[in-house]
Write a protein that binds this ligand. Sequence first.
Ligand code: TYD
Length: 204
Amino acid sequence: MSAKPRGRFITVEGVDGAGKSSQIDVIAQAIRDRGIELVITREPGGTPTAEKIREILLHDEMSPKCEMLLMFASRQENLDKVVKPAIAEGKWVLCDRFTDASYAYQAYGRNQPKEWVDLLADFVHSDISPDRTVLFDIDTEIAAARLQRKLDRFEAEEKDFHRRVREGYLTLARNEPERFLVIDSSQPKEEISAFLKEEFSKWG
Ligand code: TYD
């Protein structure tokens, strides 16, 4: 009996309003068209308990340190119950945000020490990290204009917060160019979809 092939862990990131949600479906379809079993999850969230933590995170006031800890509490749940079991079975996992978001939002956005995120990342997932990360990048003013619905606690943050988050993501991408695939989200949606379809019909 041959050993199961190793699963892959793909994450998707970007500032609020960068248009990642609709493109997640495109990536998922391209992977599934190859006959690969794919699990889609998100952070914060991904399990019933982590979804409750998400509700608190998106709507309740809290200190920056509490916010960081809850992000990682949710992440632990999602990893233990969804991500790691799927990968162990040889499935691929597509996760809407992961620890890069904690660097971008909590460290860069909220000005919390990056070392705290390093520490929590090591505590929660020293054994796993994304194989590929798609970063949807766009000018934060354009992204903000796209958000027409009622805003959550992060989306409602000031312009400088979102600028710092974007800068944080771009710094992370520059530091790990082989993992990050940076998408210019100001391009037409159809062009981005076509590019991602092509990319994920062969990647991995
Ligand atoms: P997301 O699900 O992308 O929001 P939406 O569905 O409204 O587009 O992410 C929720 C918010 O949580 C987003 O503003 C970014 C924030 N976030 C962090 O601040 N840190 C983190 O570690 C994660 C995973 C998300």
